[in-house]
Structure formats: structure tokens, C-alpha cells
Design a binder for this molecule. Structure first.
Ligand SMILES: Cc1ncc(COP(=O)(O)O)c(C=O)c1O
Length: 384
């Protein structure tokens, strides 16, 4: 009786075509996966560099289990702070070219922890309208005033900053937008941060390991610096976790004030070791080079079939519009041998459903050609 409302809510979600089910994958995150007993091309993974199955990454994870066991057994400030952590944070700071870094258990927890720790009632946050949900939740938790600016629009940011009387201000943006694959106009944002004394935070979840001369992310791409570099270890870095990178005071402060850091169990040893090994490989082997070659081939294939591509990166959405069309097109794509996630509201705005395709460095030329053939079929069938 008390829980009857759940049934009604679920019916409402189903009627709007927004009901979500788990997709079960029966293999590793490789370019070809097994799902429902069938081999499919994986065209939606965040394992951009294919490092989750790299022998060195697997070896490091296995050794960490052998040396330290499967779990951390406590939070970082209690018993969970094994030595591997210090070396990972040192490695991240070196990789991101910052003074220091702090690892959180997920990217989501990093965003809510960082933003709610540094911003408070009476402060002002300027947040891009397409920022990731974890940034939005961090803004809400902070209880600061939040102004949403038009996607990627520096003039909109300036208009807000010009009239702000807030003492502390923060501009926060995804570096690479997770559902569109475009890059934030960071040089303009950093300039505005300087001009109006506003801190700048970039979420490099989808840029770390792939973008820029040294694959460090968006700041490396533009050759600029921001106050707070946030990123994840869960995508190109083939593991689990999030991080804040910046100056020593920032990291010291977050270690003392970020609640999602303090009150949660530390990452398990294999996750820490795998992330560190992945950073070593990014620097030693530059797997992103092959990723960008694959992106170029794939984009050319799509534009040759008449599709308009706004993405600048490895995330390339195929716009499908309504939620129902999105899911039908994704299902058809799967029947044709390609697994890519259909994305509906609330993850994207109403009417802007899409199939989120993304490339991996480990995709072969044949994988890409086969995927393009299947996309051509759904393009015709659904008039995309
Ligand atoms: C832009 C962005 N930020 C943060 C996150 C959260 O990271 P994680 O999955 O490691 O919690 C994601 C992942 O979906 C993301 O796309």
C-alpha cells in the first residue's frame, strides 16, 4: 500500500519511453564483445584507449591483489591509505603537471566532493547547461547561488560575472562534453576567470589520457592552466575513481573538507595499481595516436554518408530525436551487429535523443567499416 506510488511512477516512466534496463555484456570491454551470446562491435565504451585489457594494466592489478588483497578496509583517513595511493597521487600530479592530486572513489564523488567543499551559501557558481550530472549535484549540495550559462557561451558567462557581487565565484565546465563530444572554450573561460577573479574548474573525465600534446587533457590541448583539474580514472585510464589535481593548498583543503572523500571507503588496491599502470602506458606508448586515427576514419565515413558532425573528439553522437526513435534505432543497430547506447532524457534535453557512439584505439579498420555499414542502414530506415 505505502509503496503503490512506485508502480504508478514506473508506469509513467514507461509511457514516456524513458524506462531503462541494464545491458548485460558477457565479455571484457574489447572492440568486439559478446552480448546475448552474439558477437557485437562495441561502439559506446569509455575505455577509449582499450587499456582495461592491456597486459601491463592487468598484471599491475593482479599484483596489487596479491600484495594488498581485494579491498581497502577503510577510508583514506583511517586504515585504507595503503602506500599505492601516495604513488598514484604523485603520478597523477606529475601527469597533469600540477603540484598535487587527491583521489576519490569515483568521478561522481570527486565532483560532488570538490564543489560542495569549496563553495558555500553566498558564493556563486557558473555552470554550463550541458555539464555532467555529478557537477549539477555538486552545485546543489554546495547551496551556493548557481547560474546556468548557455552551452559554451563565454559572452553569457561574462554577462553574469559583470553584475555579480558575490565574494567567491567558480566557473565549472566539462572539458569534453560527455554526450556531444565538443570541447569547452577554456581559453576564453580562463581569461574571464582572471578578469573577474573567478576560480575555474574543468572536468576532464573524457579528455584525460586522450587530448592534448601529452594526452593530459583539455588544459594540455589549449596549453593553459586552470585552478581545479578534475578527472576520472574510470574511462581512458581503464580503472575506477576520480581525482582533483591542483596546488598544494587546494589538495590539503579538499583532504580536510570534501565529505565524499572523508566519509567513504578508499579504492580497492587493484583499481589504484591499474590506474597508475595506465598512466605509465599513456606516456610510454601514446595509444591516443591510434585513437585519433580511428576517429578521423570514422568521422569521414559519417560525413560521406551525409551526416553532420559537431564533435571534435572520440565521442560522436548520432542524433535520433525522440526517445522512442532513439531506442528503436539503437535496437536495430544491435540487430545489425553494433552495440551503442541510446541516450534519452533526462541525460540529454527533451527531443535531443541520440545514439552515443565512441571510438577506441583498439578498434580495427574492419570494426569501423562494419560499424559504418550498420549506421548507414539505420540512417535510411529512421531518416536520421
Ligand atoms: C563528464 C563526467 N564527469 C564525471 C563523471 C563521473 O565519473 P565516474 O563514472 O568515474 O563516477 C562522468 C561519467 O559518467 C562524466 O561523463
Amino acid at each position: 500500500m505505502k509503496l503503490d506510488w512506485l508502480k504508478e511512477e514506473l508506469t509513467g516512466i514507461k509511457n514516456k519511453g524513458l524506462y531503462r534496463r541494464f545491458s548485460i555484456i558477457e565479455s571484457a570491454q574489447t572492440p568486439r564483445i559478446i552480448r546475448g551470446g552474439k558477437e557485437l562491435i562495441l561502439l559506446s565504451s569509455n575505455n577509449y584507449l582499450g587499456l582495461t585489457t592491456h597486459p601491463e594494466v592487468k598484471k599491475a592489478a593482479i599484483k596489487a591483489v596479491e600484495d594488498y588483497g581485494s579491498g581497502a578496509g577503510g577510508s583514506r583517513l583511517t586504515t585504507g591509505n595503503i602506500g599505492l595511493y601516495e604513488s598514484l597521487e604523485e603520478r597523477i600530479a606529475r601527469f597533469k603537471d600540477t603540484e598535487d592530486a587527491l583521489v576519490f572513489s569515483t568521478g561522481y564523488m570527486a565532483n560532488i566532493g570538490i564543489i560542495s567543499a569549496i563553495m558555500n551559501i553566498g558564493d556563486l557558481i557558473l555552470s554550463d547547461e550541458l555539464n555532467h550530472a555529478s557537477i549539477i549535484d555538486g552545485c546543489r549540495l554546495s547551496r551556493a547561488d548557481v547560474k546556468i550559462y548557455t552551452h559554451g557561451d563565454a559572452s553569457c558567462i561574462e554577462k553574469i560575472l559583470r553584475t555579480s557581487k558575490h565574494r567567491k565565484k567558480l566557473i565549472v565546465t566539462d572539458g569534453v562534453f560527455s554526450m556531444d563530444g565538443d570541447i569547452a572554450p577554456l581559453p576564453e573561460i580562463v581569461e574571464l576567470g582572471e578578469k573577474y577573479d573567478a576560480m575555474v574548474m574543468v572536468d576532464d573525465a573524457h579528455a584525460t589520457g586522450v587530448l592534448g600534446k601529452h594526452c593530459r587533457g583539455t588544459c594540455d590541448y589549449f596549453n593553459i592552466e586552470v585552478d581545479i583539474n578534475m578527472g576520472t580514472l574510470s574511462k581512458a585510464l581503464a580503472s575506477m575513481g576520480g581525482y582533483a589535481a591542483g596546488n598544494e593548498e587546494l589538495i590539503d583543503f579538499l583532504s580536510n573538507r570534501a565529505r565524499s572523500f572523508i566519509y567513504s571507503t578508499a579504492l580497492p588496491p587493484p583499481a589504484i595499481a591499474a590506474a597508475k599502470a595506465a598512466i605509465d602506458i599513456v606516456e610510454k606508448e601514446n595509444p591516443a595516436k591510434k585513437l585519433w586515427q580511428n576517429v578521423a576514419v570514422y568521422k569521414k565515413g559519417l560525413t560521406d554518408m551525409g551526416m553532420v558532425i559537431n564533435s571534435q573528439t572520440q565521442i560522436i553522437p548520432i542524433m535520433t530525436g525522440e526517445a522512442r526513435t532513439t531506442m528503436e534505432a539503437a535496437a536495430e543497430l544491435e540487430r545489425l551487429g553494433v552495440f551503442a547506447q541510446g541516450i534519452r532524457p533526462p541525460t540529454v534535453p527533451e527531443g535531443k535523443g541520440r545514439i552515443r557512439t565512441s571510438l577506441m584505439a583498439t578498434h580495427s579498420g574492419q570494426d569501423i567499416m562494419d560499424a559504418l555499414d550498420a549506421i548507414m542502414v539505420i540512417k535510411e530506415k529512421f531518416n536520421l
